[in-house]
Design a protein around this ligand. Sequence first.
Ligand code: 0YR
Ligand code: MG
Length: 372
Amino acid sequence: MKIASVEPFILHMPLNRSSISDSTHTISHWGVVGVKITTSDGLAGYGFTGTHAHLGSDRLVTSCICDCYAELLIGEEAGDVSRLWMKLARSPALQWVGRAGITQIALAAVDVALWDLKAKAAGEPLWSFLGGATSEKLEAYNTDIGWLSIPTDQLVEGSLKAIEVDGYRRLKLKVGHDDPTIDLARIEAVRKAVGPSVTIAVDGNGRWDLPTCQRFCANAAPLDLFWFEEPLWYDDVAGHAALARSTPIPVALGEQLYSADAFNQFMEAGAVHWVQPDVTRLGGITEYITVAEAAHSRRLPVVPHVGDMGQVHVHLAIWHKATTMLEYIPWILDGFEEPIRVEGGFYQRPEQPGASSTPTADAFRRYSRPLG
Ligand code: 0YR
Ligand code: MG
């Protein structure tokens, strides 16, 4: 199974509403920026990263794949995923240029495509190919009801519908107003409506400083928060460790970390309780496994962030022992051959061979953007 071609693509898929905001971004499209890798025997694997659909920076990713990684891949044995990951991650052309950011995001797309190929060649869905399911059911928690751009009355309404109609038991609400008492009032309204048994996590997307987070956490005590995600600047290990020591609210993070080394620093400092790796940032499934195993060996739970909107992470979450739940954001369901499915608050197991990373022909027709 030799690699015959490496073809990058950029798709900009519209969200299920005009736009959403968290504390740091307002977006209207999700970028599916990736690569199709074809083998000499005609099998095609797809991998992608998730972006905020800025064409300029998306092209940096496809250029990295096209101008740097492709020549290292053509003619290689496609099944040697570990060796190819090392070849790309340690390539002299890129190691000095970036061990985080664009190079890892591009590597993520390639690595997912290679795993997709391997599972397709074996005729199995990735979760089964990796070793099978770790438990009967995988719970979904709902992020899509909680954007900062949703006014409080609709936030309450959407939360109630998610619980009472759709069967969720876990919600995540965005926080990060300049005045945190606004966030506290929003959470309080939801808590009052849904009652004490629903878990409510919050996500600050790195907006606040340490004193603001500490004040927020002290005032949030009666709200029973399940975790506080990305409270501080993404790389601030000491700040997260200080926050973790000063509040009983568990700290969650990882969606913007690019290596196992970065995760190790947070874990060693006691700066994270819920570990949130993302294959679309981390250099793919290969490095994700390293992080998930490191977390599990410290008995820390792993709850991946869905930069792929769950398409690939559903497989990893079903398979890995450290994971019992997965984020749900249904933005790109019409874009993939086997879209993720949640019923009654639980993920359904994918059945098709591969990593559920194959966009539909229709998505390529409708959402493709020029590579440059
Ligand atoms: C929108 N999930 C997140 C989205 C989301 C972000 O900017 O990218 O809110 O990925 O933090 O936990
Ligand atoms: Mg987040």
